[in-house]
Design a protein around this ligand. Structure first.
Ligand code: GTP
Ligand code: SPV
Ligand code: MN
Length: 602
């Protein structure tokens, strides 16, 4: 690490560092205006350079915001502990501020823009006294892609700046993409006193503006991710004829070199990162899975009539607990360098630990709160929503196409929830509209990714309940409309890795073994696998689902995982109705029709 002296030298050597580095007048005027409001002691304009990273990292370490980890084991890696009250997304403090309440719809918190601006500006006023305001320009999407968007985030958190530089293409590259245009997303992020009482994550889609105060947690504070790429993105997508989705993107390569791309929407902490980085079991010799993205997909019909997807991000903000060399080798390889670990445990030799890591727990360490922890402790050492932020270039199976401005053609869209019962392992929707219905009625148990009740099943349409930036009824309609714009629509599937038997054991081994399900899906898309019709959709025929090499797993267990229990489905239909009733006046009639069809098939 640099001494203050060396740091001074770098500063002197690079006089430009931190100085205004854009000639875009709209940006300069906007930053000045926000600075007048927040009154920081200093404005630091980020350029995304290596020397800037060195300087800001040193400052974060100096201020105790980051702890430098054991550089022999984890080069370039740092440790962060959040305020214990600030560990997850806060849906109850997240608002869509449109002119009318109807535009935000019944599934979002709504506030009138005027009133919310007033409240937020009141909170932001003078809030950066004694602090630095960082100007963080970033791209969501590869340089030069027509889908790519520019955002500028003003923040008084170095942790946010350093995380943004991992998660997005950050720095001068964004000014280059923008040129003299003024259609950038305006993001303001203020730490305030990190008090849940003064925490608001607010979106003003009509102004392309985000204001987030009182939290430094990823989904609340890294404004490019959920706020821009999903909430504002979905709003823009509806206006402009594309889709912003909470989906991973992966490429399946067959032994003959054929590549098939798949996008999958699972709710938060329900397996996207794991699926996107999956390693096929030995039985699938010559098969490879390439990661394009692990959380967000922007999709638009291409000139050849297929649906093309890009991953707007440049890094992975992944769930830490349960990540190990067996469950997710590529994630483990991705976090060995240049990674920020948040809210895991810290060992005496400055290594990190979390529940589910390979090997025995440390005899003693500091837990995510900084308290002494031993294996006898009752509390968890790592927070259940502890996370890593790692650059995607670390992933050995990163698809080169992740940087392709035109994206990848999607053959299948997969929906999936975390369901202990009711939902079979896999089925295929009969057609696009039926698939939209399957996505619209998705249910999933709540996880630690959001503050709230754990384990409760709730409706989470297309895994977008917390992320749809407008009325969910219009969103379903947009999905239906998109069918008309896509000549060769992807096939739609539903999966559930989490079904349990009467003893509470998973009925499906999951993780790498999900390749078996994926293989069937790919084969279906290519017209190579047979299927049986059920009331829910098509399911694998006995010869088309490969259980080879899966020791101790029987076809009986598979059929248990695939069971359609009619009692369960009567209950399921009632639960689906709760969401439909909420959306009643804006629900596309196609959804009601699909429901009637399902009832009659059941
Ligand atoms: P977000 O980053 O919150 O959007 O989550 P994600 O969808 O990327 O979830 P992730 O892949 O990080 O998985 C979250 C949890 O699900 C971890 O605890 C995993 O161990 C567990 N998980 C993932 N895949 C499987 C699976 O196939 N079977 C089982 N049983 N658990 C899984
Ligand atoms: C999720 O909760 O879906 C995440 C983590 O991917 S966060 O970006 O923090 O929202
Ligand atoms: Mn997510």
């Amino acid at each position: 690490l640099l001494t203050p002296n060396e740091m001074g030298n770098i500063m002197e050597a690079n006089e430009k560092m931190g100085k205004c580095n854009t000639s875009n007048r709209t940006i300069i005027a906007w930053v000045e205006e926000q600075a007048k409001l927040c009154q920081p002691d200093e404005i630091f304009w980020c350029d995304g350079s290596e020397s800037e990273k060195v300087l800001l990292t040193a400052e974060a370490v100096d201020k105790g915001i980051l702890i430098k980890l054991n550089q022999e084991k984890l080069p370039g890696c740092y440790y962060h502990r959040s305020n214990p009250n600030d560990v997850a997304r806060v849906e109850q403090c997240t608002y869509i501020c449109t002119e009318t309440r109807d535009e935000a719809g019944p599934t979002n918190n709504w506030a009138a823009p005027k009133e919310m601006y007033q409240k937020l500006l009141g909170l932001a006023r003078g809030s950066m006294h004694g602090r630095t305001m960082y100007v963080v320009p970033y791209l969501m999407g590869p340089l030069g892609s027509p889908l790519t968007k520019v955002g500028i985030e003003l923040t008084d958190s170095i942790y946010v700046v350093l995380s943004m530089r991992i998660m997005a293409r950050m720095g001068d590259v964004a000014y280059k993409h923008l040129g003299n245009r003024d259609d950038f997303n305006r993001g303001l992020h203020c730490m305030l006193d990190v008090n849940p009482e003064r925490r608001y994550i607010c979106h003003f889609p009509q102004d392309n503006t985000i204001i987030s105060v009182g939290s430094a947690y990823g989904g609340n504070a890294l404004l490019g991710k959920k706020c821009l790429a999903l909430r504002i993105g979905s709003y823009l997508g509806r206006k402009e004829g594309w889709m912003a989705e909470h989906m991973l993107i992966l490429g399946v390569e067959s032994p003959t070199g054929e590549k098939t791309y798949v996008a999958a929407a699972f709710p938060s902490a329900c397996g996207k990162t794991n699926f996107a980085m999956m390693i096929p079991p030995a039985h699938f010799k010559g098969w490879k899975i390439w990661t394009v993205g692990d959380d967000i997909a922007w999709m638009k019909p291409g000139p050849d009539g297929r649906l093309y997807a890009i991953n707007p991000e440049a890094g992975y903000f992944g769930v830490m607990p349960g990540t190990n060399y067996k469950s997710n080798l590529n994630a483990m390889k991705s976090i060995q360098k240049d990674t920020i670990y948040t809210n895991v445990a810290l060992t005496p030799d400055l290594d990190v630990w979390w529940e589910g890591k390979d090997g025995p727990p440390p005899k003693e360490c500091l837990d995510w709160r900084g308290n002494k922890w031993t294996p006898e402790s009752k509390e968890k050492a790592a927070h259940p929503n502890s996370r890593f932020a790692a650059p995607m270039i670390n992933n050995p199976m990163l698809a080169p196409e992740a940087n392709d401005p035109s994206g990848v053609p999607i053959s299948a869209i997969i929906f999936g929830g975390r369901r202990a019962d009711t939902m079979p392992l896999v089925f295929q929707a009969f057609n696009w509209i039926h698939g939209v219905y399957v996505g619209a009625t998705m249910g999933s148990e709540m996880t630690a990714a959001a503050a709230g009740t754990l384990g409760q099943v709730r409706r989470d349409p297309m895994a977008m309940l917390p992320f749809c930036g407008y009325n969910m009824g219009y969103y379903f309609h947009h999905w239906i409309i998109m069918r008309k714009l896509i000549k060769y629509p992807p096939r739609i599937f539903h999966v559930n890795w989490f079904r349990k038997d009467a003893n509470g054991e998973f009925l499906w081994p999951g993780f790498g073994e999900n390749m078996r399900v994926l293989k069937w899906i790919v084969d279906r898309c290519k017209g190579r696998a047979n299927a049986n019709e059920t009331p829910l959709g098509w399911v694998p025929g006995p010869e088309s689902f490969d259980l080879g090499g899966l020791e101790g797993y029987t076809p009986e267990k598979l059929s248990q995982a695939q069971t359609i229990n009619y009692e369960d489905w009567r209950r399921e239909l009632l639960q689906q109705d709760e969401l439909f009733m909420k959306l009643y006046s804006n629900l596309p009639k196609e959804m009601i029709f699909q429901r009637e069809l399902l009832v009659s098939r059941l």
